[in-house]
Each structure stands twice: as C-alpha cells, then as structure tokens.
Ligand binder design. Structure first.
Ligand code: G1P
Length: 274
C-alpha cells in the first residue's frame, strides 16, 4: 500500500504562526504534526508516502532529509540520535510532489497521479491537518476492512452535529456490518446545506481509495467553492466500484486552527513528553 498526504495549504487559519513555519511542522509533543501522520501511514502498512506540498515549503523537505551536521552534533547524545535516526528512516520512504496552484483537495491529490495511478491496491490518503487518536489507528482499521472487502475503497467517517454538516463531505449509507461502524456508501456530497444533507455522517480526514480516483480527478470539474473536490470524484467512483464508510472510534483533531491544535496537544503531547 502507498500513502498520500496533501500538505500544500498556506495555513491561513493559523496566521501569523504559519507565516514562516508550515502548519505541518508545528510541534505536537516533541515532533512535528506531520511526523505523527507519516508514522500512522507507515504503521498501517504504507511502504511509501507521497507528500503533496508547495515549493514555498522547502523546510518540509529539509525536515525529512538526512543531515550530516546533526549527526556530528548528536554523536554523544544517545536519545536525540535515536530520534534523528527515526526521522531519517521515515525520510527514505517519503517522496514529495508540488502543487503549484491552490485549486482544492481533489487537485492536490491529482498532483500525485504520476506516482500512484498504476498502484494495484487502494491508496491511503491522510489529510495533513488532521491528527486522529486511538489504537489501532483509523488508517490501520480501514486497511483491515478494505482487505476483508476484496480491496474495496473505504472512507473514514465521524458523526457531526446537524448544524455542522455544511462544513464537511457527507455520505448516505446502508449499515453493512453488525458493528454499527461500517456502511455501504450510496451517495456522497460536499458541504451540503443542512436541510439537504443525507445524514450527519461526515468524511473525516482519512481515505483508502481505489487508484481509479486519479483518472476520475483528471476530468473533475470544479465544485463547491470553485474547487476541484475529492468528494465529487468519490461520488463518481460510487457508480463504478463499491465504496465503504467506516465510522472510526478515534477522535479527530483539526490542527489547522489554534483551538483544534490546543485540544490536540492535550491528547497527543503527553505521549512524548516525560
Ligand atoms: C475536506 C473535505 C471534506 C471533509 C473535510 C474533513 O474539507 O473536502 O469532505 O469532510 O476535509 O476531513 P475542508 O476541511 O478542507 O474544507
């Protein structure tokens, strides 16, 4: 399995903290937010992670690269050296591609098409501004569900209050297992009006999608907000292949804004700070 992390956004909801530091590098405990996400992907079985970023975020590439300077500096600091080695191990599994224009999530995903469209297995997509708690991780559980369902696509879900449905992708689905967490998706719509939403089951930052999604995105017209929406391409995928929804039990933290970031710190940081 391969993974993709869209991480090209400018982080305007977190300005001015993001004026020089990309939001993906803001610390959560002793490591940057994006490292938690890369680790989730790799622990769920991804052998390679493609990060879609912007040329302005060179520092993201610097973080995931080898550094002889740091090797010299940390020669006698065993614990820090272990962390450096860990980052470098992850770096060897990461490739970067650029998104030159901000034209929506679907457009960001499309930038990785040349690297991922020939995959046989579904591609794990993890949004760069969402950290998800829980063990096993949402990604690991979705990968296991996909395997049980003949390698089908799986969309991670959460229940949201009715007054917030217009902020999310929302699905219509039929429960397909007794666990109450698995749904056969019959429809999906991006940011519907409250009165038009088919449910309050929201798309929540994690996807495992058939590589066919890239072909569908190539011809995807702009949707809500004039942006190329991943949700609209998934809507087309529904007509071609089964797509499941999985209401993962872990809590999702939107770390793209100061409030969500603060709540996330309380949950994640204690795992690394002694
Ligand atoms: C994106 C997706 C949306 C999803 C949301 C949370 O929206 O387009 O379908 O529900 O992430 O994962 P955004 O938050 O970028 O507006």
């Amino acid at each position: 399995m391969k993974a993709l992390i869209p991480a090209a956004g400018y982080g305007t909801r977190f300005f001015p903290a993001t004026k020089c530091v990309p939001k993906e590098l803001l610390p959560v405990g002793n490591k940057p937010a994006i490292q938690w996400i890369v680790e989730e992907a790799i622990e769920a079985g991804a052998e390679e992670v493609v990060i879609v970023t912007s040329p302005e975020k060179q520092i993201l590439r610097d973080y995931f690269s080898e550094s002889s300077l740091w090797h010299t500096r940390l020669a006698k600091k065993e614990e820090a050296m272990r962390e450096l080695t860990r980052v470098e191990e992850l770096s060897r599994k990461i490739r970067f591609v650029d998104q030159l224009e901000q034209r929506g999530l679907g457009h960001a995903v499309l930038q990785a098409a040349s690297l991922l469209r020939d995959e046989k297995d579904p591609v794990l997509i993890l949004l760069g501004d969402a950290l998800v708690g829980g063990h096993p991780s949402a990604s690991a559980e979705m990968a296991a569900l996909s395997l049980r369902c003949a390698n089908a696509s799986v969309v991670g879900l959460e229940l949201v209050p009715e007054e917030k449905v217009s902020r999310y992708g929302i699905i219509a689905g039929v429960p397909s297992a007794e666990d109450g967490r698995t749904f056969g998706i019959t429809d999906i719509v991006e940011k519907p009006k409250r009165e038009e939403a088919p449910s309050n089951l929201a798309v929540a930052g994690r996807y495992l999608l058939s590589p066919r999604i890239f072909e569908l995105l190539e011809t995807q017209r702009p949707g809500v907000g004039g942006e190329i929406q991943l949700t609209d391409a998934i809507q087309k995928l529904l007509g071609l292949e089964p797509v499941y929804g999985y209401l993962y039990p872990g809590k999702r933290f939107d770390i793209g804004n100061p409030e969500g970031y603060l709540i996330c710190l309380q949950e994640f940081a204690p795992r690394t700070v002694q």
